[in-house]
Write a protein that binds this ligand. Structure first.
Ligand SMILES: Nc1ncnc2c1ncn2[C@@H]1O[C@H](COP(=O)(O)OP(=O)(O)O)[C@@H](O)[C@H]1O
Ligand SMILES: [Mg+2]
Length: 400
């Protein structure tokens, strides 16, 4: 099977995505798959080539180096053709398009905007390709912390109180906007850009000055910001869910930040690893020592969330436990988690290679299910309609 792995893209989490993708590509079973790396640069250019399997290719990335080809995807439904435009060699004559691969399935390994947020998923739906991540709706809801929390609230899932603010509202009258926040929530609060991850732009505010600073920081990343009731040094635990459409299972739980009060970007990716292994090397305790009963409760809740959002493939749902009560809250869902949470599945007894097999299986199942839907509805409304040409369009013929 020609298995495309799409990663990188225009997102703050570009580098994290490269690490996750290289890990995945190196773990896929080569007997079963021709792994086709598809790297989207920070500028949004698409590339393929063997060299993309090597992490050193990215430090720094040189699009002209040997073994890298600029490509684009044929969006014709069902084609899956990955195309390379080869310019003409001589002075005369045009270049030509070559098909370098025929994708049969795609694993999106993107974190953040332009990949985890439903945009790439939409593109793959248009292109009629099976893909191993949550669909358009679930991805979009999962990416947008404001929409996500409204969805969870609607479902009756346990979340902390919050409010939302737009940049224009803040710029128009910052004091009035902060008054509104203070009326809703006591300090401390956490301020977060709506559509980011990896703790980028997230801060804790203990007073109004901190709130102002936090909002300014968060608004530098996003036009919309979530302000959330803060917990004091919460215990954090994460759970992965794998599957699709009723056939899904929860992983063991991890406790990712044994000790640290708040995991920022550098703690997540740099501190313990020298930056080389990403989420996989983070100091973590598995299984999280929170007792059998709470473990089971959170695993069940994770599955309910997975179902409610119609997730697909592998996701990770993060929780915070209040040290001062028995309460637990959903922090967020990551529809494409760092390192694809493979370390949680390994701990659960599923090696990375087999996790990839299961993800591909989910993609194909979803594709087959969609094929059962009918996309055509026969009627003859077109035949009776006479609309004529567009007014004033005389002579404005298109040139092909
Ligand atoms: N309401 C909160 N109370 C206490 N800590 C929080 C709260 N919200 C977030 N945090 C801390 O900030 C981290 C990042 O927040 P999160 O919402 O997961 O954003 P991201 O998508 O960037 O990972 C969490 O893992 C946790 O350590
Ligand atoms: Mg998080």
């Amino acid at each position: 099977m020609q298995l495309g792995v799409i990663f990188g893209s225009r997102t703050c989490e570009h580098e994290v995505s490269i690490i996750s993708a290289v890990q995945l590509m190196r773990s896929a079973d080569r007997e079963k798959y021709d792994v086709i790396p598809i790297y989207i640069s920070q500028k949004g250019e698409w590339f393929t080539g063997e060299a993309l399997l090597d992490i050193k290719t990215y430090t720094p990335f040189d699009p002209y180096r040997k073994g890298i080809l600029p490509v684009h995807l044929d969006l014709t439904a069902g084609s899956g053709a990955l195309m390379h435009y080869a310019p003409a060699k001589g002075l005369f004559g045009g270049g030509k398009e070559e098909i370098v691969a025929r994708l049969e399935c795609v694993i999106p390994v993107m974190h953040g905007l332009h990949g985890e947020d439903g945009s790439l998923q939409g593109l793959l739906e248009m292109a009629g390709l099976p893909y191993a991540s949550t669909g358009v709706t679930g991805s979009a809801i999962g990416m947008d912390k404001i929409a996500m929390k409204r969805f969870f609230r609607g479902m009756g899932f346990p979340i902390l109180r919050d409010c939302a603010m737009t940049r224009s509202r803040f710029e128009k009258d910052a004091d009035a906007a902060m008054d509104e926040v203070e009326k809703e929530l006591p300090y401390p609060v956490f301020v977060k850009p709506a559509c980011l991850g990896s703790s980028i732009g997230v801060s804790r505010a203990d007073d109004r000055a901190g709130l102002r600073e936090g909002l300014e920081l968060a608004f530098s990343y996003d036009r919309r910001v979530l302000i959330e009731e803060g917990l004091d040094k919460p215990i954090e635990v994460n759970c992965s869910v794998l599957g699709f459409d009723g056939e899904r299972k929860a992983s063991v739980l991890e406790m990712p930040n044994s000790g640290a009060a708040f995991l920022d970007f550098s703690e997540k990716y740099l501190a313990s690893s020298g930056g080389s292994k990403g989420m996989a090397s983070l100091k973590r305790i598995m299984p999280a020592p929170i007792g059998e009963e709470l473990t089971k409760t959170l695993q069940d809740l994770s599955i309910r969330i997975f179902d409610a959002m119609d997730c697909k493939g592998v996701v990770r749902i993060d929780y915070m436990l209040d040290r001062h009560s028995d309460a637990y809250y959903i922090t967020e869902i990551n529809t494409i988690p760092g390192s694809l949470a493979f370390y949680l599945w390994q701990e659960t007894g599923l090696p990375y290679g087999r996790l990839i097999d299961e993800m591909v299986d989910c993609a194909l199942r979803a594709y087959r299910e969609k094929e059962r839907n009918s996309f055509a509805f026969t009627s003859d409304i077109l035949s009776g309609v006479q609309l004529g040409g567009a007014k004033g369009a005389k002579g404005g013929k298109l040139k092909f």
